[in-house]
Design a protein around this ligand. Structure first.
Ligand SMILES: Nc1ncnc2c1ncn2[C@@H]1O[C@H](COP(=O)(O)OP(=O)(O)O)[C@@H](O)[C@H]1O
Ligand SMILES: [Mg+2]
Length: 374
């Protein structure tokens, strides 16, 4: 799929923008703090319904304006789509809400946006996927899986509501002991929805592992073996059915009951999952050099592209925010070679890094919230 056109109104430092993109490379360049990442953010918003760098929609509203609008025209294999995101900071106490529409028809739920625009984003912060704690890895898994499967996105939302209720109850039981009998109904809810999430993650990581491993072999000339291994909060095997997962999850909850009552919070479940990133049999997080970690993430991102292509039959668009300058020449060339056929958006402070002489590449110069094609 390709983005044909993007329109912004009062989005970050853009008052208005109306731009047509190239179907291949789009090079977005300019000094720091001029608005390059803001373009990437607007595109990603249309893919996932949220910003990749903030969970607060009002941060994206241009200062001193009443709301933003993003509009994106998409060309797909069989048809064209138009995605609209509207956010108003309404005064008089009425609620602030994001309104998303496809072809001018408002969506009832944000999840219905998933899969319309598939985008893979790669930015310097993605290094955190290997460097930081489990929550960064869960975020990576959740964002990708949600784009692939709206049902997964709804399960996540549901699970987080159940978890909140159950945690509230656990805290109240500390004061009001007789409430302990009501825990069972929340156990059932948690296990039911949680097991669907676990099963989906298990399948996803399994496939990602194969694809990322293959990508990594090529990237490192067969010198390194990359493995991605699911590390759930309770012991299951790859052969487990959803029923069996439910069973194991439930028994782990019962076993951990005293511990949970003491802590006043749920300690078992997919909200505590992790994924191990292993290079040649050792933890990348602990033993990997900066260069190895960067290559591992690159392999994971390329695998994400492969997976989206396999699932939907179409290539996603690729958003490379400030990452090319961080890669050495060999990896840079490898990356650019391996993304042939994808529409790609590349931001950089320096126009000169792109020396492919590709006629179809379009260059956009960004300065203080304005864009000039040249
Ligand atoms: N809500 C907002 N309203 C107006 N300007 C904003 C808003 N949020 C960020 N900015 C401005 O956007 C610029 C940063 O844009 P960004 O795309 O991150 O820069 P870069 O070109 O370095 O990627 C800064 O000048 C910042 O002040
Ligand atoms: Mg930036």
């Amino acid at each position: 799929m390709q983005i044909k056109n993007l329109k912004l109104r009062n989005f970050r430092n853009y008052s208005r923008l109306d731009v047509d993109f190239s179907e291949t490379f789009n090079i977005i360049y300019g000094n720091n703090a001029q608005g390059k990442t803001n373009i990437i953010e607007a595109i990603f918003l249309c893919a996932s319904g949220r910003s990749h760098r903030t969970s607060r929609d009002d941060e994206m509203v241009k200062y001193d304006s009443g709301g933003f609008e993003v509009n994106l025209q998409l060309r797909k294999r069989d048809f064209d789509d138009e995605i609209g995101v509207l956010f108003n900071t309404v005064k008089n106490g009425s609620e602030k809400r994001k309104k998303i529409s496809i072809n001018e028809i408002p969506l009832k739920r944000i999840g219905d946006l998933m899969g319309h625009l598939n985008a893979v984003i790669f930015s310097p912060e993605d290094l955190l996927i290997v460097k930081q704690g489990p929550s960064e890895r869960r975020r990576f898994i959740d964002i990708t899986l949600s784009q692939l499967r709206p049902a997964y996105f709804y399960d996540l939302q549901k699970y987080s509501r159940i978890l909140f209720q159950r945690n509230t109850l656990l805290k109240r039981i500390c004061i009001q002991k007789n409430l302990v009998d009501t825990l069972e109904v929340w156990n059932k809810h948690l296990v039911k929805t949680g097991s669907r999430i676990v099963k989906a993650r298990m399948n996803f990581i399994d496939r990602l592992n194969v694809l990322a491993g293959a990508r990594h072999e090529k990237l490192t000339n067969n010198e390194e073996k990359l493995e991605l291994l699911y590390d759930p909060s309770f012991k299951i095997t790859a052969e487990c059915s959803e029923d069996e997962i439910e069973d194991v999850f439930y028994r782990a909850l019962i076993r951990g009951k005293e511990n949970e009552l003491r802590k006043g919070t749920t300690v078992i479940g997919p909200h505590r999952d992790d994924m191990q990133v292993v290079l040649n049999g050792e933890s990348t997080k602990i033993y990997g050099s900066q260069g190895q970690q960067r290559t591992a993430v690159l392999s994971m991102k390329l695998a994400e592209i492969d997976l989206m292509q396999e699932e939907s039959g179409e290539f996603p668009v690729l958003l490379l925010d400030d990452v090319l300058s961080e890669l050495d020449d060999r990896r840079k060339e490898f990356l650019l070679d391996s993304i042939g056929g994808l529409q790609t958006f590349i931001t950089s402070t320096d126009r000169g890094f792109f020396n492919r002489g590709n006629d179809e590449a379009a260059f956009f110069y960004i300065k203080n919230g304005t864009m000039q094609r040249n």
